[in-house]
Design a protein around this ligand. Structure first.
Ligand SMILES: N[C@@H](CCC(=O)N[C@@H](CS)C(=O)NCC(=O)O)C(=O)O
Length: 282
C-alpha cells in the first residue's frame, strides 16, 4: 500500500496521558511512522483556539491524518485499523469483535474516569494547589463537560477521600476480576483470537496503576493477570509507546505520590469487596 504508507500522521498528545499512550501503542504495533506535537495540559494549551479547531472537546489525543483530525482515542485506534489493517488488531469474527468492544466500553465508561480520579487525587492535585486561585478557577471553568468539572473539583477538594475515587477503585476491581476470568482459559491475550485492541485499550490503565505502585493491590491472587502483564510489557511497542517516552522524573513522581495514597486505596478496595459480597448483582 505505498500511497497509504506515505500518508502523514501527526499525534497531538501529552506525554504521560493514558489515552495518548493507547494511540501510540496502536501506531507502534502497526509500525506506522508518526510525528508528535505536545499539548501541555498544565499550561492549558488544550484550550488554545487553534487546538480547539482540531478537538472541540479540549482534550488530548487528536490524530491528524493527511490533514483530517480524528478524536477520541478508542475511535482513533479503530480508525487506524480501518486504514492500516495489517497487522490485524481487531478480530474477524463478529462475536470476538463484540467482546473486544465490551473492553473498550469498560475503559471508556469506567476505567478512564477511574484512572483520572486516582491519578489526580494522588498526584496532579498537587500541581493545582501550587496555582494561584485565579489560575485554578480558570482551570475549573474551562472544563466544558459539567460532570467532568464536578469530578475534577471533588478530587481537588477531597483528594483520595472523594467518592469518585471509591467508584474508581470499584471499576478497577470489576475490570481485574473480568480480566482474570477472560484469561482463565489459558490464552495469552484477552481474546481467544489473539492480541487485539482489547489488550491495547487496557494496557495504559494497568501501566498507570503499576507506576503508582498500586497494581499489586488488584493483581495479587490473580496469576493469569500477572502473567498477561509480563507478556504485555515484553512487547517492543510497550517500550516504544509507554515506558520509553516517560522521563525518570515522571516515573519517580508517580512512584512517590502513588505510595502516599497506597494504604488508603487498599482500605477503599477492602470496603468495596465487602460491599460486593453483600450484594447479589455484581
Ligand atoms: N474520551 C477521550 C478522553 C480524553 C481525555 O480525557 N484526555 C485527557 C488526558 S488523558 C485530557 O486531555 N485532559 C485535559 C484536561 O483535563 O483538561 C479519549 O479517549 O480521547
Amino acid at each position: 500500500m505505498p500511497a497509504l504508507a506515505k500518508a502523514m500522521i501527526t499525534l497531538y498528545q501529552y506525554g504521560n496521558s493514558v489515552c495518548a499512550q493507547k494511540v501510540r501503542l496502536t501506531l507502534c504495533e502497526k509500525g506506522l511512522p508518526f510525528e508528535t506535537r505536545n499539548v501541555d495540559l498544565f499550561r492549558a494549551e488544550q484550550y488554545n483556539p487553534e487546538y480547539l479547531k482540531l478537538n472541540p472537546k479540549g482534550l488530548v489525543p487528536t490524530l491528524v491524518h493527511d490533514g483530517a483530525p480524528v478524536i477520541e482515542s478508542t475511535l482513533i485506534c479503530e480508525y487506524l485499523e480501518d486504514v492500516y489493517p495489517a497487522p490485524r488488531l481487531v478480530p474477524v469474527e463478529p462475536l470476538e469483535r463484540a467482546r473486544m468492544r465490551l473492553w473498550s466500553k469498560a475503559v471508556d465508561e469506567g476505567l478512564h474516569e477511574g484512572v483520572t480520579e486516582i491519578s489526580f487525587s494522588a498526584m496532579f492535585r498537587q500541581a493545582m494547589q501550587e496555582m494561584s486561585e485565579q489560575q485554578r478557577q480558570t482551570r475549573f471553568r474551562n472544563v466544558g463537560d459539567p460532570r467532568r468539572r464536578d469530578r475534577f473539583m471533588s478530587t481537588y477538594a477531597q483528594g483520595i477521600e472523594s467518592p469518585y475515587v471509591t467508584w474508581a477503585v470499584a471499576a478497577f476491581e470489576k475490570a481485574f476480576s473480568n480480566l482474570e476470568q477472560s484469561l482463565a482459559s489459558g490464552g495469552d491475550w484477552i481474546l481467544q483470537s489473539g492480541y487485539s485492541l482489547a489488550d491495547i485499550n487496557l494496557t495504559p490503565y494497568v501501566a498507570r496503576l503499576d507506576y503508582l505502585t498500586l497494581l499489586d493491590l488488584f493483581a495479587d491472587g490473580r496469576p493469569a493477570t500477572r502473567a498477561w502483564w509480563e507478556r504485555v510489557q515484553a512487547r517492543p511497542a510497550f517500550t516504544d509507546a509507554i515506558s520509553g517516552p516517560l522521563t525518570p522524573e515522571e516515573v519517580e513522581r508517580m512512584r512517590h505520590f502513588g505510595g502516599l495514597v497506597r494504604e488508603r486505596v487498599a482500605a477503599i478496595r477492602d470496603d468495596c469487596l465487602r460491599r460486593q459480597r453483600e450484594s447479589t448483582v455484581t
